[in-house]
Design a protein around this ligand. Structure first.
Ligand SMILES: [Zn+2]
Length: 57
């Protein structure tokens, strides 16, 4: 799978909506874009699960 944000080949990509457009991006990019406030809605269940998983660590 290729991240549509950074172009890296990654094991897993997550569907997100960035600036109103849907993209599938890697975990690093999700983290970065979330911090930058670029991801308007993190409603996708995969993202939610990922964030919850991280939050428990
Ligand atoms: Zn990426």
């Amino acid at each position: 799978m290729e991240c549509k944000e950074c172009g890296e080949e990654v094991d897993e990509v997550f569907p997100v909506k960035v600036s109103g457009r849907r993209k599938k991006i890697c975990e690093d990019c999700v983290d970065r874009l979330r911090e930058e406030g670029e991801i308007a809605e993190a409603a996708e269940s995969a993202i939610q699960d990922m964030m919850e998983y991280k939050g428990r660590r």
